[in-house]
Design a binder for this molecule. Sequence first.
Ligand SMILES: Cc1cc2nc3c(=O)[nH]c(=O)nc-3n(C[C@H](O)[C@H](O)[C@H](O)COP(=O)(O)O)c2cc1C
Length: 184
Amino acid sequence: MSKKIGLMCGSLRKNSYNRIIANTIADLNVPAAFHLIEIGDLPLYNEDLEAGELPASVVAFNQGIRDADGIVIVTPEYNSGIPGVLKNALDWASRPPRSGALQGKPVGIVGATPGGLGTALAQVQLRHTLEAMQVPCLPFQKVRISQVHEKVNAELKVVSDERTKQNIQSYIEHFVTWIEHRSN
Ligand SMILES: Cc1cc2nc3c(=O)[nH]c(=O)nc-3n(C[C@H](O)[C@H](O)[C@H](O)COP(=O)(O)O)c2cc1C
């Protein structure tokens, strides 16, 4: 059966390059079914909110993760790290301890920036956070898209650069194969 992959975007911006890339991944011709997991409606994490019924946005977010065999996080870099909205989402996904929605769920990382380092620093920080959450992350392979404004057609909302498209395709194929082998 084809794998279900959840896509989480670290940017809330309407014309986000990373969102365009997440949508590109959703349309790839790979043996997997993709769904987007939204993080923009999540409240700021506060342990008090766990005392009663969880907010509906948190329940939907956790369900989106639990429904997936693996998650691909597509994120920009803010101030040499991951955006606060993404860290907030990961903190929610880490709760309750040892049985949070993301616990043990395989994750892949893709990042894009108009800058020159392709979100390298954000990706290091993200791996560090995922490790603390006991979340396995696809080793070795990386997709770090620099100068993204030259590789995406922002009006048509598509990746226009062939090589970038191929890199994304090959990363996602590899990710799907990885989670297939993990679940055997
Ligand atoms: C608060 C803030 C901090 C940023 N810091 C970085 C950074 O450290 N490294 C980087 O490559 N780009 C940085 N940028 C530029 C973002 O990469 C750029 O705004 C990008 O388009 C955001 O991704 P998006 O298009 O998916 O929203 C920063 C942007 C903002 C708003």
